[in-house]
Design a protein around this ligand. Structure first.
Ligand SMILES: [Zn+2]
Length: 318
C-alpha cells in the first residue's frame, strides 16, 4: 500500500508555505502564496487556493493540517485572535473543512513547528525544549516534561512577545506591547536594521541598494552576509545579540535542554546564532547556560509545514 499523504499548510504573517507530505515526512509538492494586505475573505480564499493547488498534484491526500499565526482553540478549531492576519473569531476548521471537503485540523503555527522538531527534528529525545520561529514576527513554542505547554487559556508560548526593552518601539501587528523580542530579533527586524545600516553607511552594499531604490529585506541582508559583506555580517551579529538577550531570560526561566531556532530567518545560520549563543554563555545563570544547546531547526523554515502535516496525519477526522 502506498504511504498515506496529507497536506500541511504553514501560514506566517506575510506568506504561506504548503506541501504534500507522506507518512515518512517526505515533502512531494510545495506551494507558496503571499498575502500582504489581504482582507479576511481574501485570506481565506488564498488558503483554499493553496490547498487546491497542492491537491491537484496529489489527489490521494486525505486530510489537511493548518498552522496559523493565531491564538487557536484547538478542540473547536477556532481562530480566536491573530496578531498578523485578519483571523479574529473565525471558525477556521469547520469553514475550511466545508470548503475543501476534507478533514481539517488547525493549531497555532509555532505549536506545530515545535511538534515537528520535538518528535522528529532538532529537539528529538528531549523533555524540555523551546522553539522560536523567526519570520515576520516570532512564533514561540514550549515543551515542558515532554508535553506542549499552552497556558491557562491556550495563549501561552508567545515567546516573541517577551518584553526586552520597556520603552522600545511599538510591537508590529495587533500586539499592544512595546519592545517585544519580535520587534528586535525577527526576520523583519533584520531588514529594518539592515536598512538603518544602509542609511548610516551609504557606500556599503546596503547603502547602494537603498540608493538604487531597492528594498533591504531580511533575506537580502542574509544573502549579502553569506557572501562576506562586512556591514551585513554586522547587522546579523547585532540582531543575534538581541536574540541572545531574549534567550538569556528564557534559559533562566525554563532551563531547557535545547532551544530550536527556525523560521525564514534561520537562513542566516551561525551568523545569527553564534552571537546569540555568546550572549547566553556570558549572561545566563549557571548551570542552565551550560546545559542548553541553541540549534537551527532540523526542518529549516519548513518545521511548521511538517508539523501541520503530522497533526493532520494523527488527527483522523477530528
Ligand atoms: Zn508584542
Amino acid at each position: 500500500m502506498p504511504p498515506r499523504r496529507v497536506i500541511g499548510i504553514d501560514a506566517g504573517g506575510t506568506k504561506l508555505l504548503g506541501g504534500v507530505v507522506d507518512e515518512q515526512l517526505v515533502v512531494h509538492h510545495r506551494v507558496r502564496r503571499s498575502w500582504r494586505g489581504a482582507g479576511r475573505g481574501e485570506t481565506l480564499d488564498i488558503f483554499v487556493e493553496a490547498v487546491e493547488e497542492a491537491r491537484s498534484a496529489a489527489p490521494d491526500v486525505d486530510a489537511v493540517g493548518f498552522g496559523i499565526p493565531s491564538l487557536v482553540q484547538a478542540e473547536a478549531g477556532e481562530s480566536l485572535w491573530s496578531n498578523h492576519l485578519p483571523l479574529d473569531r473565525v471558525p477556521f476548521r469547520d469553514l475550511m473543512s466545508e470548503r475543501l471537503g476534507l478533514p481539517v485540523r488547525v493549531d497555532n503555527d509555532a505549536n506545530l513547528a515545535i511538534l515537528a522538531e520535538h518528535r522528529h527534528g532538532a529537539a528529538r529525545g528531549t523533555r524540555h525544549a523551546l522553539m522560536l520561529a523567526l519570520g515576520t514576527g516570532i512564533g514561540g513554542g514550549i515543551v515542558i516534561d515532554g508535553r506542549l505547554y499552552r497556558g491557562a487559556t491556550g495563549a501561552g508560548g508567545e515567546l516573541g512577545h517577551l518584553v526586552v526593552d520597556l520603552d522600545g518601539a511599538d510591537c508590529p501587528g495587533a500586539c499592544p506591547g512595546r519592545g517585544c523580542l519580535e520587534v528586535v530579533a525577527s526576520g523583519r527586524a533584520i531588514g529594518v536594521e539592515g536598512e538603518a545600516a544602509g542609511r548610516a553607511q551609504p557606500r556599503s552594499a546596503l547603502g547602494r541598494r537603498l540608493a538604487e531604490g531597492g528594498q533591504v529585506s531580511g533575506l537580502f541582508v542574509t544573502e549579502l552576509a553569506h557572501s562576506g559583506d562586512p556591514a551585513a555580517v554586522a547587522v546579523l551579529e547585532s540582531v543575534g545579540r538581541k536574540l541572545g538577550a531574549g534567550l538569556t531570560g528564557l534559559v533562566n526561566v525554563f532551563n531547557p535542554e535545547v532551544i530550536v531556532i527556525g523560521g525564514g530567518a534561520i537562513a542566516a545560520g551561525d551568523l545569527l546564532l553564534e552571537a546569540a549563543r555568546a550572549v547566553v554563555a556570558e549572561r545566563a545563570l549557571p548551570p542552565a547556560r551550560d546545559a542548553v544547546r541553541i540549534v537551527p531547526a532540523h526542518f529549516g523554515d519548513e518545521s511548521g509545514m511538517v508539523g501541520a502535516a503530522l497533526f493532520a496525519l494523527s488527527g483522523g477526522d477530528s
